[in-house]
Design a protein around this ligand. Structure first.
Ligand code: NDP
Ligand code: MG
Length: 404
């Protein structure tokens, strides 16, 4: 049966390890294809990367340790005789664009995932995108690159892994039917749901005093540390508003956010006639990951079905914009585009890092992002190198502010 060669960038992370699970599962149950882990990357978690690679009967062709200092340790400890081991960020770009690769799962956290994700798009891959920061930083460049691969018939695709965007993608219906009825089924609103995170009901004072340990304690999702802090500030939802703006090419004014603490309704689409379609499933990332890999096919998934034998409540409530100022920031960035996403994303990554190190308060994170946005020199159509320059500038600004 035909092989699907998958490159998992950030294989050692929360999304990465869930993706490896999905690959084992698909290889077992898919009668029409074999699913191969063709390449995998990790940054520092040498032991886990070796373990994951060693689980496959057909071991990966290439392994990348993007952190050069971790590479030597990996090479010394590995048993994978036929696997090429490479290091450094350029090697990420190499596996993302290798001709043998069919699907790239972009699961590196933060701006560090940008170049490899762009490379995968440029070389016409299907990209299962978890790394939302790529769209936040360089959404217009991603759109342009997708358009370019369409015109020269390499047809890259970006399929969402983020559960909200996967939900919207599913609610919009598949490509064929929506093209045919383009004028009848225009979405009027994309409605992103947010769990509200650990501080959904917290006072501003409680947030002011919040420790990393409290903020890392997410009520419904088990995720990497950066996105968990983003969920607590609701910067995650702000980033997702920006992600939706680029992914679905829809104006910020057509996007809404609603709090839904149970994390069962993953998002909704409201159509012209007022009808709202939602996607529901238990909070488990294996479902959206698998759908991005197998789309347009739906195959049995290891995510357990919703339990309908007991009562459950699905609550919806508006976001408190005062306690969660990140939301206004996100809508603003989605509206103006240009250099704003790169600056806010970089400031946020830096501020989250400082918070986790105990150097700033939880309630300093979003104001640091706002300040960077307001102090930077906005450009509507920046190049990639300009975006990366501003990324470095914004990080330095945040550090400067808190270096005492
Ligand atoms: P994790 O922190 O769990 O994993 C991050 C991955 O990126 C690891 O493989 C890590 O390697 C690697 N990495 C870290 N820094 C670098 C770097 N500088 N260069 C290259 N690789 C690096 O994150 P998550 O899996 O939680 O998140 C990954 C992405 O998916 C994020 O963009 C997040 O927003 C998005 N996402 C995650 C969801 C979730 O449920 N976790 C849900 C929706 C979106 P190592 O560990 O080996 O050092
Ligand atoms: Mg999400």
């Amino acid at each position: 049966s035909p092989a699907m060669n998958v490159a998992v960038l950030g294989a050692t992370g929360s999304i990465g390890t869930a993706t490896i699970d999905v690959l084992h599962h698909l290889d077992r149950i898919d009668p029409t294809k074999t699913w191969n882990l063709w390449a995998a990357s990790g940054h520092r978690n040498v032991g886990l990367l070796g373990e994951l690679a060693g689980q496959f009967e057909r071991p990966p062709h290439q392994i990348v340790l993007s952190d050069p200092e971790s590479a030597a340790a990996f090479a010394a400890g590995t048993m994978l005789a036929k696997t090429k081991i490479k290091t450094g960020p350029d090697a990420l770009v190499e596996i993302a664009s290798a001709p043998e690769v069919d699907v790239v799962v972009a699961a590196i956290v933060g701006r560090a995932g940008l170049e490899s994700t762009l490379a995968a798009i440029e070389s016409g891959k299907r990209v299962a995108l978890a790394n939302k920061e790529t769209l936040v930083v360089a959404g217009s460049l991603v759109q342009a690159s997708l358009q370019k691969t369409k015109s020269d018939r390499r047809c890259a695709e970006v399929l969402p892994v983020d559960s909200e965007h996967s939900a919207i993608f599913q609610c919009l219906g598949d490509k064929e039917s929506s093209e045919e009825s383009e004028n009848r089924c225009k979405p009027r609103k994309l409605i992103l749901t947010a769990s509200g995170g650990p501080f959904r009901n917290a006072s501003i004072q409680q947030m002011h005093d919040a420790t990393p340990q409290l903020a890392l304690n997410h009520p419904t999702w088990d995720m990497g540390p950066k996105i968990t802090i983003d969920s607590a500030t609701m910067m995650n939802k702000a980033l997702e508003v920006i992600e939706a703006r680029w992914l679905f090419d829809i104006p910020a004014e057509s996007i809404e956010v609603v709090v839904h603490p149970q994390s069962i309704i993953h998002s909704m689409v409201e159509f012209e006639d007022g009808s709202v379609i939602a996607q529901l499933s238990p909070p488990d990332m294996r479902l959206p990951i698998q759908y991005a890999l197998t789309y347009p096919r739906r195959l049995p998934c290891e995510t357990p079905a919703l339990d309908r034998t007991r009562q459950w409540d699905l609550m919806l409530q508006p976001v408190d914009r005062e306690r969660f100022p990140a939301l206004d920031l996100g809508f603003e960035v989605a509206r103006v585009g240009g250099t704003a996403g790169s600056v806010v994303n970089a400031a946020n990554e830096e501020a989250v890092g400082l918070f986790l190190e105990g150097k700033i308060r939880f309630t300093d994170i979003v104001p640091a992002c706002r300040r960077a946005l307001e102090h930077h020199h906005f450009e509507p159509q920046p190049s990639l190198s300009r975006l990366l320059e501003l990324d470095r500038w914004a990080r330095a600004e945040v550090r400067k502010q808190y270096a005492t």
